[in-house]
Design a protein around this ligand. Sequence first.
Ligand code: SAM
Ligand code: DTB
Ligand code: SF4
Length: 354
Amino acid sequence: MNVHAKPETGFPRDETPVRHDWTRAEALAIHDMPLMDLLFRAQTVHRRYFDANRVQMSRLLSIKTGGCAEDCGYCSQSAHHESGLKASKLMEVERVLAEARKAKETGATRYCMGAAWREPKDRDMDTVLAMIEGVKAMGMETCMTLGMLSDTQIVKLRDAGLDYYNHNVDTSERFYPEIIKTRTYADRLDTLERVRAAGMKVCSGGIMGMGEETADRVDMLVTLANLSEHPESVPINMLIAIPGTPLEGQEKIDPIAFVRVIATARIMMPKSMVRLSAGRTEMSDEMQAMCFFAGANSIFCGDVLLTADNPGEDKDSVLFAKLGMKPMELDASETSGAVPSPERPACTTTTHAH
Ligand code: SAM
Ligand code: DTB
Ligand code: SF4
């Protein structure tokens, strides 16, 4: 039972079992429901497992920025694109821990460290492992996203105490090769499967608004929901169209279409944290409120994601106050850590040195 569960009165109890055998037709039927029906069902499912007024706060840090060998069409950090981003080396452990300490002080309960790598080099592993151990010792959940991993690397990360590994499938298998050519969908699923088999928690989602069709959005959710276990975290990003990348001129996804994906994800993966991830600077308060109503219950806090802007503490605390929402407390049983005060505001703006 999830500790954030809070049965509400007045809402019908949802009895849908957690399923791993979704068909595309079933998922599409949910996605295409009249919006009010879809939102009502998503909110009902949501309240079965979560307090609908709490949002988990994660903080991101780019521990190694730019110069990446992969050609992901959306990414500012690919060496294949001219985004103007300056590549930097892997950060020193102490600098990462200093940033993590600030994030914790300002209410983050999960610390996510991302590196612009196709896969980690073995010589970098000790540094990365020290970062995990240091952040974990502060009592935050740890998450890393480092690209593909060998089995040996997976075991090392797990043994250092890594709680989550982020590895997005990004879109449907059909649409994937139109966005990324330097690796396959099968590569992605293979890493996810081995991370899961080693006993780590999985964070996997994708990006909406890259020119995909509705069927691609639904197929991506079917892929995630039919994994042997649902990813504990499902980040749904809205494309940040970055100048210099192949997707720089991509037309923005319709906000209601985006909300439909969140609601469908919530219904298909009822126990997962559904994260309203990249793209919030371009979303109105109303759109974000609708995403929360559709079952999103996690955000990235702070004024920067990996390389792109994020709303920051001032905007988020105003939004949270308007919506009567509060940061989610850390489940103290899952880590050694302390429980941050729920009265504390969303993450305070901190300066990131990349
Ligand atoms: N290199 C690692 C990898 O690809 O797994 C980790 C970093 S990568 C930046 C993590 C995820 O961020 C991507 O899989 C993608 O879903 C998301 N992302 C990257 N650039 C984005 C953008 N411009 N807009 C929205 N989401 C983006
Ligand atoms: C995820 O799905 N979104 C985060 C996290 N996982 C690593 C990254 C968003 C990156 C947005 C673009 C940028 O900051 O460069
Ligand atoms: Fe590299 Fe990750 Fe960006 Fe792809 S998304 S180019 S793998 S940093």
